[in-house]
Design a protein around this ligand. Structure first.
Ligand SMILES: *[C@@H]1O[C@H](CO)[C@@H](O)[C@H](O)[C@H]1NC(C)=O
Ligand SMILES: *[C@@H]1O[C@H](CO)[C@@H](O)[C@H](O)[C@H]1NC(C)=O
Ligand SMILES: *[C@@H]1O[C@H](CO)[C@@H](O)[C@H](O)[C@H]1NC(C)=O
Ligand SMILES: *[C@@H]1O[C@H](CO)[C@@H](O)[C@H](O)[C@H]1NC(C)=O
Length: 299
């Protein structure tokens, strides 16, 4: 009898210990996810996660914004994340999701930008993309979206390889930026980049060219993030071996050098219906269009 009771206590204890161990390692794993791969720069009060650690919330108020960046740099790959934007009156607020070769806006940086420009209640968000090489940008495009990005999470992705940079929204290619088969000054390719996201006040330019100001009575403004996904070449000095074409680098294989036939149809639909600004068409700003504007996006 006593033996059995001992056995029972023993089994109970083991179960308890196991349960505690499992809970701990699980919590550690989840809690570790963000800090293992990202560092943030914002007051503690401006960064929150869901209870399970899977959704991240960045907030902006009059005192501060918030941002995070990957600890690693990457050169070529597939970068993807789900975002849900600030709802309601978000004029002046910009949520940015971008890759950059430097931690600060240095004069020689390479950068791939996706910026969401907030708007007054009921007015559509604009999505602005831009590409910098060695400190020079001025390659803006602006799109309207075919859904309300504040209602639900949508996937925003960047494909980057030696042949092209493609911005995707929910698997639809909205912008294709081709490399040329000659040395050039427009296609960022040498410098590894971090991935960043941030929310900040830009009411000096963002909404209707700065006419619409941020209404701080509506603060805090919160954007949400989940399912960060990188399938990319992680940079290691001096030069990562994975840049060579190997079987698991699908992002730099022949198929990823061009859009597929289906993607071309989607892309043509975007061009016809959603583009509201294209620097390559702005002959007032560029009497002589930049050379990359002459490259065929189908090539
Ligand atoms: C995330 O961090 C872990 C631990 O440092 C690392 O092994 C892994 O490669 C990182 N993942 C990405 C996508 O950088
Ligand atoms: C990059 O920009 C810097 C400063 O603007 C310039 O000095 C340098 O020559 C440029 N590098 C290349 C490779 O064009
Ligand atoms: C670039 O591609 C074009 C068109 O395929 C070809 O005519 C040209 O010779 C190529 N130039 C170089 C430098 O490879
Ligand atoms: C905001 O909504 C207005 C009215 O629809 C639109 O003209 C404008 O482009 C939208 N976006 C921004 C960032 O101003």
């Amino acid at each position: 009898m006593e033996k059995r009771a001992n056995l029972f206590v023993c089994v109970l204890l083991t179960t308890l210990v196991l349960a505690v161990l499992i809970t701990c390692s699980k919590a550690g794993e989840l809690k570790g996810t963000f800090d293992d791969n990202f560092s943030k720069s914002c007051p503690e009060t401006h960064f929150k996660t869901s209870e399970d650690g899977q959704i991240w919330y960045l907030s902006l108020d009059k005192q501060a914004g918030c941002g995070f960046m990957t600890r690693q740099r990457y050169r070529y790959g597939w970068f993807s994340m789900k975002l849900k934007l600030v709802g309601g009156d978000s004029a002046g607020v910009v949520t940015a999701y971008y890759m950059c070769s430097e931690n600060a806006a240095g004069p020689e940086r390479d950068e791939l930008d996706i910026e969401f420009l907030g708007n007054r209640t009921g007015q559509p968000y604009l999505l602005q993309t831009n590409i910098y090489k060695n400190g020079t940008g001025n390659r803006e495009m602006r799109h309207v979206l075919w859904f309300d990005p504040t209602e639900d999470f949508h996937t925003y992705s960047i494909l980057w390889n030696t042949h092209q940079i493609v911005f995707f929204v929910d698997q639809v290619p909205i912008r294709v930026f081709k490399n040329a088969n000659y040395t050039n000054n427009f296609f960022p390719s040498e410098k590894p980049m971090y991935l960043f996201s941030s929310i900040w006040n830009a009411d000096d330019w963002a909404t209707r060219g700065g006419v619409e100001k941020t209404d701080w009575k509506k603060a805090p403004f919160v954007s949400s993030y989940k399912e960060f996904n990188v399938d990319a070449c992680q940079w290691e000095d001096p030069y990562p071996a994975c840049v060579a074409t190997t079987a698991d680098n699908w992002w730099d294989q022949y198929k990823a050098w061009h859009l597929s036939e289906d993607q071309k149809l989607d892309y043509a639909w975007v061009q016809r219906n959603l583009v509201i600004y294209d620097y390559c068409k702005d002959t007032q700003r560029f009497p002589k269009l930049p050379e990359e504007c002459w490259l065929s996006p189908w090539a």
